[in-house]
Each structure stands twice: as C-alpha cells, then as structure tokens.
Design a protein around this ligand. Structure first.
Ligand code: ARG
Length: 288
C-alpha cells in the first residue's frame, strides 16, 4: 500500500510568536503577504515531491489563530492504526489539540485509523517520537517540549520498545530537528544536540557504520528534518557534502526551498505525519 502522509493546509500559517529560538516574527511581519505566498509555494512543492515519490497526501484544514498546525508531526504518534494524540507544552499551541483530535476522529471514521486516544503527558507527537522500522523501536526525545514521563506511556500504548534520547539544548528542541531514521537503517543525527546519555544509548544500539553525523551547517539548514520515502530523501536544501554522503549510501536527495517554514523552526519532516507506519508482525515462536 502507498505511504499515507498527513499535511495541514497552510492558509493560517504565519510566524507571530516565539516559542523556539529559530522563530522570526520580525522577518515575517516585514512582508506578511510575500512570506505567505512563499510559504504556500514551498508547501505546495513539498506536497508535490511527496506525491511524486508515490505517497498519498491527505490535507486537513488548519484553524485560524493556530499557525503552527502546519506542523502535524507534532500532533500525534501514529503506528499500527493507532493515533496517540499530543498534549502541547506551550499555551500558544494548545489550541491546536481540538482541531487535530477532530481531524484524527474523521480519519478514524474513514477507516484510515482504528483508534484515537490523547496521551496523558506533555508530548509533542512524532516530532519527539520517531519510529525506526528496521529495528522495531521508537526513538523518544525529551527536553524542551516533551516530558520524560511520556516514554513509558508510549511503550505501553503501542507495545513497543522505546529508547529515550534526552535533548541537550533549547535550539534542537524536538528530536526531529537533530535526528532522522533512514530506511536503510542509517541514523542521520547532529551529535551536539543530544546529551552524553543519549549519545551512549544511540551508539549502543546502532553500529558506527550506520551513523551519519550531520554538520552544524546541515543542522542549521534543517537538513536533518527529512522525509524518507523509499530511496528518496526529501529535505530542505542540503549542502553538496550532505547530498554526496547520502548519495553514496544509495539515496536520491530531493532538495527544496522551505525557508518560510524555517522562519518558524520547522521543515520537511515536521510538515508531515506518516499515517501508515506498521510494526513488523510479531515473530511466532515454535514453542510447543
Ligand atoms: N513553531 C513550531 C514550534 O515551535 C515549529 C514546530 C516544528 N516541528 C518540529 N517537529 N520540529 O512548535
């Protein structure tokens, strides 16, 4: 079945407050109409690139006054048809919760999801909880936005292993700003964004040959915040070195100008939410 990806109509998108160090309301308000047009063009290009790579994109409406709904990665963790809907840390984003709950209920009514439950902890969705399909585990970030209390709830809810990766800074405030799990088992990550404890856990689980270190320029360009679809990696304009390194691993890198969203501290991965991820079928042991 084709990958299914959720995106939010960007009509209500703008940068009007600052809840992470990348947000630039000044740059937005210098030219709101021009920035709005650029944002629509960037969003449309991302949607087209995702569709060209075989995925189906479902678009939900945003809510007026909730500009960051355009980042649905923060709305829920989805696996095996179950959506575990977020509770946002910042008051500015809490008003998104009813809009996303309604959207997920509608997807349930359509048969796209089987279950919709809101998490009982502060947790910002797939932005801080990344499914690693090859290893069959969730990489779970905590720090500026998600509470460490969420990790055991996620593990129980989905019946899956979680590996907690505490984040080291306000700058890389969601795990998806500094960490990306690629289909070949590689992890693209920016080491300074993870605490020593997180780095130890990561290196215990993933062999060095599969760890790809992003540079500061890659991380600041939001190039780690990527959408991997089969052999393609769709990402905010990568530098030549990152493009070459991913190319050597067999990936086709599709670079897009997502600068209007980087003004809010987000890019490709957080502008999307995968709806179709599945855990591998449980191994049946042949015990009599
Ligand atoms: N302005 C948004 C916020 O601060 C950006 C969210 C980007 N999402 C992400 N998963 N990194 O919440």
């Amino acid at each position: 079945m084709a990958a299914q990806i959720l995106m939010t109509d960007p009509a209500h998108y703008r940068v009007g407050y600052e809840i992470n160090p990348w947000m630039r309301p000044d740059a937005w308000s210098a030219d709101p109409a021009g920035n709005g047009r650029a944002a629509l063009a960037a969003w449309t290009a991302l949607k087209a690139a995702i569709e060209e790579h075989g995925a189906r994109v479902r678009v939900i409406p945003g809510l007026a006054g909730q500009p960051d709904m355009v980042f649905p990665a923060n709305a829920a963790i989805v696996l095996d048809g179950k959506a575990l809907v977020s509770r946002f840390r910042c008051a500015e984003r809490r008003g998104e919760e009813p809009g996303f709950l309604a959207a997920f209920q509608a997807l349930k009514a359509e048969g796209v999801l089987d279950q919709v439950v809101q998490i009982d902890a502060v947790q910002e969705g797939a932005g801080d909880c990344i499914w690693d399909a090859g290893r069959g585990l969730f990489w779970v970030g905590d720090g500026p936005r998600s509470s460490p209390d969420a990790a055991p709830i996620i593990a129980r809810h989905f019946g899956q292993e979680v590996v907690r990766l505490p984040l080291a800074s306000e700058r890389y405030y969601h795990l998806d700003t500094c960490f990306c799990s690629l289909p070949g088992g590689e992890i693209l990550y920016y080491p300074p964004a993870l605490t020593p404890e997180a780095l130890r856990r990561l290196r215990d689980v993933v062999p060095a040959t599969l760890l790809i270190e992003a540079t500061q320029a890659d991380a600041e360009g939001f190039c780690v915040n990527a959408v991997a679809l089969g052999g393609a990696i769709i990402v905010a304009r990568p530098g030549p070195d990152l493009k070459r390194r991913l190319g050597e691993r067999g990936y086709r890198v599709v670079g897009l100008d997502l600068s209007p969203f980087i003004l809010s501290g987000g890019a490709a991965f957080c502008m999307t939410l995968r709806l179709d991820l599945e855990s591998a079928p449980a191994l049946v042991t042949a015990n009599p």
